[in-house]
Design a protein around this ligand. Structure first.
Ligand SMILES: Nc1ncnc2c1ncn2[C@@H]1O[C@H](COP(=O)(O)OP(=O)(O)OP(=O)(O)O)[C@@H](O)[C@H]1O
Ligand SMILES: [K+]
Length: 304
């Protein structure tokens, strides 16, 4: 069975819908309020676990009630949370105000910003789970020191690592050399490689750099040439939140299950395309059974 470890953010989204954004000092009546589970790390872990990967989450939540709910949600999705730290900070949270479909967001990293390299080292030294992973996943919602430390440690130990560089932040080329896969979207790609066109950058990092292109699917260079992998056709897009996370979690599951790079990207595209037909970041991530019902799913992949 595919074994995946995800290091990353675990957060609650607090969503308010209103007709008018309050100005300073003003109170307005809102239309609706809801909470949903998020955090790029948690979303990717849920995507991978829902497909059937043995998934371990590393990161931090607060000792508040939100922290307990966040852990419970991960556990209900079959994710191992034994090594998630509980810290004195508040749990990670995003406050989203929606007016006519346009959102403004305040993100408070809280506990996510307190996941330190020592915490990671403790798991690496004491737990077999890390060494036994087929693939490790990380994003940029974890402190930069921890992500850089993780890249070096995985490289030393020889565990393949996927870095989803979202949200965009600087990344030294010596670290890019040490990751197995780098999966920016188009905007993150131009941030990482300013002034370079995408095809040049892809050719520089064959079989490593995978750029997701929304409705245009994803693209990489296979050492011979550029490979464009189209997305699936989606009649009705409901909510693209979590599309990138589902792509990463599903790609990781497929690759760790033994599919080649090309087919793993195809698999990721199908999963992400299915996920945008449902609201929320995690709700839409498909099961393997739902994947098998899609016409682009190949029987020969023989996934269980
Ligand atoms: N309109 C769409 N139709 C089909 N597939 C889509 C569509 N939008 C996104 N996808 C799928 O989701 C993947 C990731 O999308 P995208 O490149 O927009 O990532 P992202 O910007 O990280 O997404 P998000 O921030 O919305 O989670 C794409 O590679 C594709 O497989
Ligand atoms: K969604």
């Amino acid at each position: 069975m595919a074994k995946i470890t995800v290091i990353g953010s675990i957060s609650t989204d607090f969503v308010v819908e209103t007709e008018k954004r309050p100005v300073m000092g003003e109170t307005v009546e809102g239309k609706a309020f809801s909470t949903s589970f998020g955090g790029k790390g948690a979303n990717q872990a849920v995507a991978s676990a829902r497909l059937g990967a043995e998934t371990t989450m590393l990161g931090a939540v607060g000792r508040d009630t939100f922290g307990s709910e966040l852990l419970k949600n991960l556990e209900e999705n079959g994710i191992n949370v034994n090594n998630v730290e509980r810290v004195t900070h508040s749990s990670g949270s995003a406050f989203i105000t929606l007016v006519d479909g346009d959102n403004s967001i305040i993100y408070v990293p809280g506990a996510n910003g307190a996941y330190m390299p020592e915490m990671l080292d403790r798991v690496i030294e004491e737990e077999k789970v890390f060494q036994n992973s087929d693939l490790v996943l990380v994003q940029n919602e974890t402190p930069v020191d921890t992500v850089e430390h993780l890249i070096r440690r995985c490289n030393e130990i020889g565990i393949p690592l996927l870095l989803n560089p979202a949200p965009a932040r600087e990344l030294h080329s010596s670290l890019i050399d040490q990751v197995t896969f780098l999966t920016p979207n188009e905007t993150e790609c131009s941030f990482l490689f300013p002034g370079e066109d995408i095809e040049t950058v892809l050719a520089k990092y064959p079989n490593k750099l995978i750029v997701t292109l929304g409705s245009s699917g994803a693209v990489y260079h296979d050492g011979q040439g550029i490979q464009r992998i189209p997305s699936i056709k989606v009649e009705q897009v409901v909510d693209t939140t979590g599309a990138g996370d589902t792509f990463n979690g599903a790609f990781a599951f497929a690759y760790a299950s033994g599919l080649n790079l090309h087919d793993s990207i195809r698999f990721g595209n199908i999963a992400a395309g299915l996920s945008i037909q449902k609201a929320g970041a995690q709700t839409g991530a498909p099961t393997l059974e739902q994947m098998k019902e899609h016409e682009d799913f190949e029987k020969k992949w023989d996934l269980k």
